[in-house]
Design a protein around this ligand. Structure first.
Ligand code: BTN
Length: 240
């Protein structure tokens, strides 16, 4: 496995897309100590100061259908949760689809971006951002973000966490490709906080309020609204 380290990147997603276009090996990982233009989902920015967090992206070339690609976000979430726990003993929760929470606050996020033709996935760039040793956050995310350190008062070794995450990801991704997402669904559910709760799913089109019943075999969120209608949610922002 190749790991490219950058002291300062605009975004490891950008670095990874570039390496991908240049033909880098699948499995290549880009890690940065700092991002000057870290990005989150839905065009948001991602606060990525130096020395304190894990900012990394992986280049994958899975043989999957376009509609299956979002499952890779869920597989990655399982790997990050398990890796963090192995390295630090801290148990983090998964909020569908891509947020990881600690005591209800965001500790990590996953950003999955695809290079695809209409009929096939060429490559998938999976970005992982984890707040590890930050002790303070900018005003706009203060109320909703936290770090491992902010929760426990300890300082964590980032490389050890990265190693555990990649270790977990390797077998989980391999299992996913050979056996399918449904095989990993129980592992995902074991750490999901969204399920069985009242939530609001915001999509560009509408907001739907209801109970999150779970995810299906394909990783799609099942949301029963207040009129007892079941919605299949492929992508949304979730308010708990
Ligand atoms: C989100 O929760 O909105 C996703 C955040 C993803 C952040 C990571 S940090 C490494 C990689 N590079 C980026 O610019 N973003 C992702």
């Amino acid at each position: 496995q190749h790991i490219n380290y950058e002291e300062s990147a605009v975004s490891t997603q950008i670095s990874a897309h570039k390496l991908d276009a240049e033909g880098a090996l699948a499995g290549t990982v880009v890690v940065a100590n700092e991002q000057t233009g870290g990005r989150g989902r839905l065009g948001r920015s991602w606060y990525s100061p130096p020395d304190t967090g894990i900012w990394m992206s992986m280049i994958l070339r899975p043989e999957v259908e376009l509609r299956e690609a979002p499952q890779i976000t869920l597989v990655t979430a399982i790997a990050v949760v398990r890796g963090i726990e192995k390295a630090t003993d801290i148990e983090v929760d998964i909020k569908w689809p891509n947020d990881l929470l600690l005591c209800g606050k965001k500790i990590a996020g996953i950003l999955t971006e695809m290079q695809a033709d209409p009929d096939r996935v060429n490559s998938v760039i999976v970005g992982i951002g984890i707040n590890v040793n930050q002790t303070s956050f900018p005003e706009d995310v203060k109320g909703v973000a936290t770090s491992l350190s902010a929760m426990t008062g300890k300082i964590y070794h980032r490389a050890a966490i990265i190693a555990e995450i990649l270790n977990e990801f390797q077998w989980l991704y391999d299992t996913y490709l050979t056996k399918g997402f449904s095989f990993l669904k129980p592992l995902w559910e074991a750490r999901a906080v969204t399920i069985g709760k009242k939530i609001i799913a915001r999509t560009p089109k509408e907001s739907i309020e209801g109970i999150a019943e779970g995810i299906d075999e394909e990783g799609v969120l099942l949301l029963r609204d207040n009129n007892n209608k079941l919605h299949r949610i492929y992508s949304a922002d979730i308010d708990l």
